[in-house]
Design a binder for this molecule. Structure first.
Ligand code: HQG
Length: 173
């Protein structure tokens, strides 16, 4: 693992799940002061900027003034990302693995430890998400029908579609 990846994983841990582990508190929208984060993680601003700018999935976002930072998605701590509801593409994709399918086909997709179910606009990204856990299985989500039925979608700053749950009737393998 490179240093940049190591720092990125640490940022995810702190900004999505355990800010308290280094004495930080996120505001209600998930932001922390950059100076506080640098001090807590013993990073320089240049090191942080390299991780943020070079991140393959643009996982972290600085605010307009560059003084606050947050994770764009993936939180388990309570945050309101503040995105307006958005109209999703007609189909979205979710990457998972075979062993979760029996439960998913009965219960639908559930957020688990995170705030929201994460969906991708393209099949390739969903495949990569599934592949973190084994041989990937990609489910197609009928987002057009869900939107038609009044389900609210939001889209994170890094293009991940977020929804509270996906009932099984909208899923096909
Ligand atoms: C599964 C990464 C049983 C679901 C990725 C998944 C993503 C169920 C797992 C982001 C279920 C949850 C999120 C049900 C869902 N019964 N299993 N009813 N409903 N599942 O990690 O979507 O690289 O919380 O299929 O790229 O895998 O960290 O969600 O396998 O965008 O930025 O339960 O995390 O982004 O796993 O991944 P996760 P996810 P980063």
């Amino acid at each position: 693992m490179t240093d940049v990846v190591r720092v990125s994983k640490r940022l995810s841990y702190v900004l999505r799940h355990h800010p308290d582990s280094v004495g930080l508190t996120l505001d209600e929208h998930g932001w922390v002061d950059v100076g506080d984060l640098l001090a807590a993680l013993h990073l320089t601003r240049a090191e942080l900027d390299e991780v943020v700018a070079g991140n393959d999935k643009r996982r972290y976002a600085l605010d307009a003034t560059g003084t606050r930072i947050r994770a764009s998605q993936g939180h388990s701590v309570p945050v309101d990302l503040g995105h307006a509801p958005a109209v999703p593409p007609d189909e979205l994709f979710h990457g998972t693995v075979e062993r979760f399918l029996p439960a998913i086909l009965v219960e639908g997709l559930r957020p688990g430890a995170r705030h929201a179910v994460h969906l991708s606009a393209d099949r390739g990204t969903a495949e990569q998400v599934g592949a973190r856990r084994g041989r990937p299985v990609v489910l197609r989500v009928d987002a057009a029908a869900m939107a038609q039925d009044g389900v609210v979608f939001t889209c994170s700053d890094n293009g991940v579609w977020l929804v509270e749950a996906v009932p099984p009737r909208y899923l096909t393998r």
